[in-house]
Structures are given as structure tokens and as C-alpha cells.
Design a protein. Structure first.
Length: 406
């Protein structure tokens, strides 16, 4: 075999039995107090209800934390969500409310210390403590939410973290890591569309979702604490990057692609990640008839349908609208305006939110979400409460002014 497995993310094992490593930001999830076995002082029904909005959610959904550090970096004030979050942690347990000015001052002093460590290349003080949840192939943060949020806003995709050694071994899953390395070599795969989130997988060229402000970043920031209750249909799933993520995030998801090689890779990665094989090598219309989905991922797919002519894409779009109940996450080809007109023409998903301009595989594209008025997501957007979606009408494109998706 030509491929070589290597611990390219791994640094050392300390005296306490923790592996010091770097983990993909996509695998990091907010604290789950039950999974961590933590004792919560003065829990209440109100606190439990509040905690459920954030417990075990992707770090990339913590808008209040991310906005806090964006504000410090830019010298702009956008801290309301974070302060409301911090107050709610105390208020829902009947604890004395923290002073907003003192909270921001303390966090800003901490931010300046973070900056100094990062500038010096000293990542040890910025290292988070996490545990590996094998059932969902994710890392739950025990300590370090603020450090991680800071590093995300500074553009890092690999986050310094310490993991118990036995858990790191299970994460590595060396048998299946060898299998997928063999698969990549035998199929002469030198390039993948989205990142492969594992330390032993051979380094390959990656087309998309490698930088801060990626499509996944924007989608998760937009969704915030919104919780899916139905199934997400990932159309043109490729290697399953998004399907796998939403499975980790606790959603039901199904991936479909017409390319057998893409589905083969997705299934190999499911074995590596110990996630269920939910992938289908089929035309998506086969999964639409008689089925209902809460949402669809429709990223850089529609322009392929359009190229086949109206007699092909019109019935497909009608079936898409018939089977998807709440919203469609969409990325365009080269003509966003025409695609948006087509998607709105069926009269179901008439609310549109732009998530920004993206760039990938040689084209400038548009990323957005089409929402059915009256759906749960539509109602969440219209509710002005901490941690829910925007209610001020601003485009989400403005949230990632520095982002370039390559």
C-alpha cells in the first residue's frame, strides 16, 4: 500500500492520561451536563428549558459567544445575545444577576489574554478539555467554550483540545481508518469536495468548506438553537459531509447522490465515524414519492437540473416542493437570480433569507434559505428572543464580512 497513516494532529499524552491534539471545529459541541456527569447548582424547570436550547449543540451555533468575540475584534458592540444568555444562566436558577458592564469587562480582559497567547503561538492556555461521545461521533466540551469561540472567530478550523486517552483511541477507530485509507488509494481519490474529519485519513486536496465563514458555518449560525424535528434530505450529498454533521447534531438525515463513487465514500466515512449508513445511490425523485421531509439541503444542485431542460427540472421541482415541509437550504450555480425565481414560483417557499455570497470550484455563488411561511422556522425567525433567529430583517451575509468560501 502507498498510503501511510499518521497522527498528524497529535502532540503528546500528559501525566493525567489526556491526549493533547487538534480537533476539527465541526466535531465540537456545547456542554451536555448529563453526558459529562456534572452537578448543576439549583437547577429549575426554567433552567432545564433554557439549557435544552443549547445542550449538545454544535459550537458553530453559539451565536452569542461568536458575536462577543467578533465585537471585540472589530471594536463594535454586538453583545446583547451573549449578555442575555449569561443573565439567563443565573436568572433561571434564582441566582444573583451578573452586572453587564462587569461581565463584558471581564470577558474583554480575557480576550486580550487570548490574543497574546495566539500571537505568541502558545496554544496551551487556549486548549479546551473535551470528551468523546462515541454514539454520535462528536466531542462535547467540558471546559473551553469561550476559548473555542475566540479561536473560531480568529479563523482556526483545528482547535487545540485535550481528550482522555482511551476516548481518543475510540475516536481514531484505527481499523476503519485503515479501511478508508485503502479505499481512497484503490480508487485513486486525490481530491474530495468537503473535508474528511479524521486525524489518520491521508491528506487530500479539499474543494469546499475549509475556511472560516464556510457554508456550514453560515447555515449553523443562521439556525442557532433551532432544533429539527423531522428528517433532512441531503440532495447531491457527495461524501456526506452535511448528512454526517446533522446526524451528529441529533437530527434525522438522509443523503442521496447519483454518483456511485460519492455514495461509496459516504458509506466508508459512516463506518469510520460510527454513524448510521443513511445513504442512497439513486435519483432523488425515488426518495420523494410518498415521503415527507422537514427540510432539504439543495447545495449547488439546481443548475444541474436546469441544464437538463424544463421537461426534466419542472417535475423534479414540483416533487421537491410537495415532499419538503418547512425549508430548503440552497446554494446557487452561476445564475442565482434565475434559480431563486424558479424556487419561489411554486408558491410554497416564499420567504427567502440570504446567508451570503460564497465562492467555490471557480464560481461565485449565493447561499440562502427558502422558508414556508407559518413553518416552525418561519415562526422562530419572527420571534425576538435570545438565541433564536434574527428578527431585524438584516441579511445574514453581513454576519460574515470577512468570509471567503474556497
Amino acid at each position: 500500500m502507498k498510503h501511510v497513516l499518521n497522527y498528524s494532529y497529535m502532540h503528546a499524552v500528559d501525566a493525567d492520561g489526556y491526549v493533547w491534539t487538534q480537533l476539527p471545529v465541526e466535531l465540537l459541541f456545547a456542554e451536555d451536563w448529563q453526558l459529562l456527569g456534572k452537578h448543576i447548582e439549583l437547577p429549575s424547570d426554567a433552567w432545564h428549558a433554557f439549557n435544552l436550547r443549547f445542550k449538545g449543540r454544535s459550537i458553530l451555533r453559539l451565536r452569542g459567544h461568536l458575536d462577543l468575540y467578533e465585537s471585540f475584534m472589530r471594536g463594535q458592540v454586538r453583545t446583547d445575545d451573549y449578555l442575555a444568555f449569561w443573565r439567563a444562566i443565573h436568572e433561571t436558577r434564582g441566582l444573583p444577576l451578573p452586572d453587564d458592564a462587569s461581565t463584558l469587562h471581564r470577558r474583554h480582559v480575557q480576550y486580550l489574554a487570548f490574543q497574546q497567547h495566539l500571537a505568541a503561538g502558545d496554544l496551551a492556555p487556549l486548549t479546551a478539555t473535551v470528551i468523546f461521545d462515541e454514539a454520535t461521533h462528536r466531542f462535547v466540551v467540558d471546559d473551553g467554550h469561550h476559548r473555542i469561540s475566540f479561536l473560531i472567530r480568529r479563523g482556526l478550523r483545528l482547535i487545540p483540545a485535550r481528550v482522555p486517552y482511551d476516548q481518543f483511541q475510540r475516536y481514531v477507530n484505527i481499523h476503519n481508518a485503515w479501511n478508508i485509507a485503502t479505499f481512497l488509494e484503490q480508487n485513486k481519490i486525490r481530491e474530495v469536495y468537503c473535508p474528511l474529519l479524521h486525524p489518520l485519513v491521508p491528506r487530500l486536496s479539499v474543494c469546499r468548506d475549509t475556511t472560516s465563514g464556510s457554508r456550514l458555518d453560515r447555515i449553523l449560525y443562521f439556525l442557532g438553537d433551532y432544533k429539527s424535528t423531522g428528517t433532512i434530505l441531503d440532495i447531491g450529498c457527495n461524501g456526506g459531509f452535511y448528512t454526517h454533521h446533522f446526524l451528529r447534531d441529533g437530527a434525522d438525515a438522509v443523503g442521496v447522490d447519483t454518483h456511485k463513487s460519492h455514495i461509496s465514500l459516504a458509506r466508508q466515512l459512516s463506518a469510520l465515524y460510527r454513524l448510521p449508513d443513511v445513504f442512497h445511490h439513486a435519483d432523488v425523485t425515488e426518495l420523494m414519492v410518498g415521503k415527507k421531509y422537514e427540510a432539504a439541503l439543495f447545495l449547488t444542485v439546481l443548475y444541474h437540473w436546469i441544464s437538463e431542460g424544463p421537461s426534466s427540472y419542472h417535475p423534479r421541482l414540483q416533487r421537491l416542493h410537495d415532499c419538503v415541509e418547512d425549508f430548503i437550504l440552497w446554494e446557487s450555480g452561476h445564475d442565482p437570480a434565475s434559480e431563486k425565481s424558479l424556487l419561489m414560483a411554486y408558491g410554497k417557499f416564499t420567504r427567502y433569507e440570504c446567508l451570503g455570497v460564497t465562492y467555490g470550484t471557480g464560481r461565485t455563488r449565493e447561499l440562502g434559505v427558502f422558508i414556508r411561511p407559518g413553518s416552525r422556522l418561519d415562526e422562530a425567525i419572527g420571534t425576538c428572543t435570545t438565541g433564536t433567529l434574527r428578527s431585524d430583517g438584516r441579511s445574514f451575509q453581513s454576519e460574515f464580512p470577512r468570509a471567503m468560501n474556497v
